[in-house]
Design a protein around this ligand. Structure first.
Ligand code: ZN
Length: 297
């Protein structure tokens, strides 16, 4: 009996080791975690960018739809939060970890994005492969207001940053805003040059958000695990300004992006900022190269 238990434990440990060594299983359960931000506003985490769920008098508005295959898990989770229908979907920007789940939403859902983001989405295979299901139906250029009173949503665009179509989604009655990947978290942001992102304008764009949007206390970030505050937006603008000043100095000193990159260090005053730089879009040398290209224009 005892030998049987020992053998069982050994087998279980062996099985775990095997599971750990395998790549992620695409058929693994898609677990959506819920954070309640306000009585009628939730953040759904997992499977890509943070999804906001705003429950209004007549329906549910969703902000961002995660990676491919995560649209249905989002809709299933919303059913546990409200019995109202999903009527509107807003995408903060074009990236696959924010828009791919769109194609699983009902065709009746209104899809609203910044106009440059619609043009970027039209280049994506996932919409071509799904007969344009989930494609943007309405766009705005600089500002758009949807609904009123407790249900009001204000959409803003302040200029290029992460892409050329980063929407700021504000819920004025709740003093809360979703900043998407313009402010994904505390660290150097990704800049997608192919979709019009700008290292040169990034600090100005974030500062325009900080100065242009009023009466917000709570920030939902593109990928952070917890919400942030409005002063965090100012600090993030300063952080990007300091990075820009540093990178411009390196280029003016005649360094190549590859020579400059290893010298970057997060200034000590930015507490809680990650020193890790995501490898996407050429990593740190890619960002400095993007800046060099922009400075030549
Ligand atoms: Zn993104």
């Amino acid at each position: 009996m005892r030998r049987g238990i020992v053998l069982g434990v050994l087998l279980a440990a062996g099985a775990l080791a095997v599971v750990k060594a395998q790549p992620p299983d695409p058929n693994a359960p898609k677990v959506v975690e819920v954070d309640k931000v306000k009585d009628n506003l939730f953040v759904l985490k997992g499977g890509g960018g943070n999804t906001a769920v705003f429950v209004t008098a007549n329906g549910v508005t969703v902000v961002d739809a995660k990676n491919p295959g995560w649209g249905k898990p989002i809709l299933d989770k919303i059913k546990t939060l409200s019995d109202k229908p999903v009527t509107m979907l807003i995408n903060t920007h074009t990236h696959g970890d924010h828009v791919s789940g769109n194609v699983e939403f009902p065709a009746t859902v209104d899809v609203v994005v910044q106009e440059n983001t619609k043009a970027n989405m039209e280049k994506m295979d996932i919409f071509k492969q799904n007969n344009n299901r989930g494609m943007a139906k309405r766009t705005f250029k600089d500002k758009m207001t949807l609904g009123k009173g407790a249900d009001q949503i204000d959409l803003y665009y302040f200029g290029p940053g992460h892409t050329n179509g980063d929407a700021i989604v504000v819920f004025p009655a709740l003093r809360t805003a979703h900043l998407g990947d313009l402010f994904a978290g505390k660290g150097l942001p990704l800049v997608d040059a192919a979709n019009g992102g700008s290292v040169l304008q990034y600090p100005d764009t974030v500062m325009k958000v900080y100065n242009g949007v009023k009466n917000v206390d709570t920030v939902i970030n593109g990928h952070s695990n917890t919400t942030m505050t409005w002063p965090d937006v100012k600090e993030f603008a300063d952080f990007n300004r300091d990075f820009l000043t540093w990178a411009q100095g390196e280029l003016k000193a005649g360094k190549t992006p590859e020579q400059a990159a290893p010298e970057w260090k997060v200034p000590d005053k930015y507490k809680g900022y990650s020193s890790q730089v995501a490898a996407l879009f050429g990593g740190l040398p890619g960002r400095i190269q993007r800046l060099a290209d922009e400075m030549k224009k």
